[in-house]
Design a protein around this ligand. Structure first.
Ligand code: FAD
Length: 545
């Protein structure tokens, strides 16, 4: 009987154990977990802070007893694997409560120890009792208890990644005053700067103070001090500046560590040491598009890597093709989703690319509760290969992102998206889905049918004195506009052609770049040769910083 030992009993670990049992009823499967719980939903942890999940213990999906009864899997909690002897094929396991150490033999070892929240020692006060991170059920209970027991009124969350934002959203709903501190110039590195402005606005609208381009320097009992010297009132601090892969055991066993600091594995998730596999947040993976090594701390990869590793262990063909990084978060009344490469990542990797932003309604306008979907599609130029997408809206923007993620995984092209037949009724979308609309605009760009410039270039245009037309109606213009723009609505421009110069470049924008696009096409047809659409929304301008 094969002896399978698994380190870590959550995302990757529990998946590996369950898969092994499905493939082999006779295997002896032992899963060691140093914490008190196995198989909990890490991703649901923040929702305890708002009370959406009132009972933190309900986040634990399966107890060790259930693992034993239902699957004949030994799930040993409070059991930390402290050493691996790759020659003898044994691990040393410490009972976290008693300190007792025992040895356990394996035929196959799967490492899924996850990652540790980054808590830089250079930050003064980082070890104080009012500083928290969110990684497991113990953490979330401790944070929640501190917030309620100490009448905390002000909380600082450090780091604007998805965990930081989810913590912000859930604590803010309890009426506390939240400050989010982000060292970069925008939150969520998975979306571009222009789209992040919509997220910033959403945070401001919900009463969250957002501080960008600043870091945490010192933590005191009642406030934090930032590297800029700014002081922020906060009686509790949540650190969410990222995670570092837990490679202690892997190093200990002699496994090679990759260039990104994660455990090096091959396409079958074998480490450099025979019969030791590694999966999940602890490993280094390959980006499917750039072919660069990267790390991706998400649940789907962890679970699939675990399944693939066990399949390979049992002789099934496995050839992992890498990751594209699809994700979605819920933030107050917005959903923010992304997949593949951002424009920033394209630039970093030297990919010649273009992007289009469209802002159609989520369903037919006469239906109740329609709302705009902001969708950016990134594609290679001039080839037109689909590289990435970002979507923000009140509706389920994951549909758009999942469709595009599928296309990226299949190395699809813009032309595959233009005519992709998707499910439609007025309840669910517009007849041409936002995905089709974005692809049709992209096709126009690839065919050189008209010129466009990104909304992020507006500041430069204003500074250079460019001629900018605002194609919205006068009441919209009156409510706020680009300072140097001239209001010539789409509904009036045919009567006001004499105001539009022919001897210099003309830039046109509106709320969603659709009216401006129509004006550009009309002017082109009227013989104007230097007219450019400003792609994106007026709402993405940094008016809220
Ligand atoms: P984990 O699930 O963290 O499991 C590792 C386990 O190994 C830990 O319990 C640890 O105690 C144990 N361990 C470590 N060392 C040892 C040792 N030596 N001996 C014994 N046990 C050990 N992903 C998404 O895709 N979508 C989301 O919405 C999402 N939300 C998240 C929200 C939060 C708050 C967090 C923390 C994560 C979220 N994730 C999300 C990420 C996702 O949960 C992880 O990518 C996934 O759980 C990784 O699985 P893993 O097995 O590598 O690590």
């Amino acid at each position: 009987n094969k002896k399978i030992v698994i380190v870590g009993g959550v995302g990757g670990g529990a998946s590996a154990a369950a898969r092994a049992r499905r493939l082999d009823e006779s295997a002896e499967i032992t899963m060691y977990e140093k914490g008190p719980n196995v198989s909990f939903s890490n991703c649901s942890l923040p929702y305890h802070l708002s009370g959406l999940i009132p009972d933190a213990d309900s986040i634990v999906m399966k107890t060790p007893e259930q693992f034993h009864k239902q699957y004949n899997i030994n799930a040993e909690v409070n059991s930390e694997v402290i050493d691996v002897d790759a020659q003898q094929k044994t691990v040393q396991v410490k009972d976290v409560n008693t300190g007792e150490i025992r040895t356990s033999a394996y035929d196959e070892l799967v490492l899924s120890p996850g990652a540790n929240p980054i808590m830089p020692k250079s930050i003064k006060g980082i070890d104080k009792s009012n500083v928290f991170s969110v990684r497991n059920v113990v953490d979330i209970k401790a944070l929640q208890a501190y917030l309620t027991d100490n009448q905390v009124s002000d909380v600082a969350v450090i780091g604007g990644g998805f965990i930081g934002l989810e913590v912000v959203e859930n604590i803010a709903q309890t009426g506390k005053k939240l400050t989010l501190v982000e060292a970069a110039d925008h939150v969520l590195g998975t979306i571009d700067d222009d789209f992040a402005q919509l997220v910033h606005k959403n945070l401001y609208d919900n009463g969250v103070q957002v501080i960008l381009n600043d870091g945490l320097a010192e933590i005191s009992d009642q406030h934090i001090t930032l590297t800029s010297g700014k002081e922020i009132k906060a009686q509790a601090v949540v650190m969410a500046i990222g995670v570092s892969p837990d490679t202690t055991l892997a190093k200990n066993a002699g496994c090679r560590i990759g260039v990104t600091g994660g455990i090096e594995v091959n396409q079958q998730f074998e480490t450099s040491i025979p019969d030791i596999y590694a999966v999940g947040d602890a490993i280094e993976v390959t980006n499917m598009i750039t072919r660069q090594k990267t790390r991706l701390a998400l649940a789907f990869p962890a679970q699939m890597e675990a399944r693939d590793a066990v399949d390979h262990m049992y002789g099934r063909p496995v050839q992992n093709q890498g990751v594209i990084g699809s994700q979605v978060i819920h933030l107050f009344d917005l959903n923010v989703a992304s997949t593949g490469l951002t424009e920033a990542a394209c630039k970093q990797n030297g990919f010649d690319h273009r992007s289009v932003t469209v802002i159609p309604q989520n369903r037919v306008g006469v239906m109740p509760d329609t709302s705009p979907i902001f969708l950016k599609l990134v594609f290679s130029y001039p080839g037109g290969e689909v590289l990435g997408a970002q979507a923000i809206g009140k509706s389920g923007v994951d549909k758009q992102i999942d469709v595009i993620a599928t296309m990226i995984s299949m190395h699809g092209n813009i032309s595959n998206l233009t005519h992709l037949e998707l499910a439609y009724s007025p309840w669910f979308s517009t007849a041409k889905n936002a995905v089709n609309i974005a692809a049709l605009v992209a096709e126009n760009i690839l065919n050189g049918e008209y010129q466009q410039v990104s909304i992020s270039k507006v500041r430069g245009l204003v500074e250079s004195g460019a001629f900018i037309i605002d194609a919205r109606e006068p009441n919209e213009y009156a409510a706020g506009h680009i300072t140097t723009s001239i209001n010539i609505p789409l509904s009036q421009f045919r009567q006001r052609l004499d105001e539009i110069p022919t001897d210099k470049p003309v830039y046109i924008h509106c709320q969603s770049s659709q009216r401006s696009y129509n004006m550009v096409r009309a002017l082109n047809n009227l013989g104007y040769t230097n007219v450019t659409n400003i792609s994106g929304s007026f709402l993405e301008l940094k008016q809220y910083e």
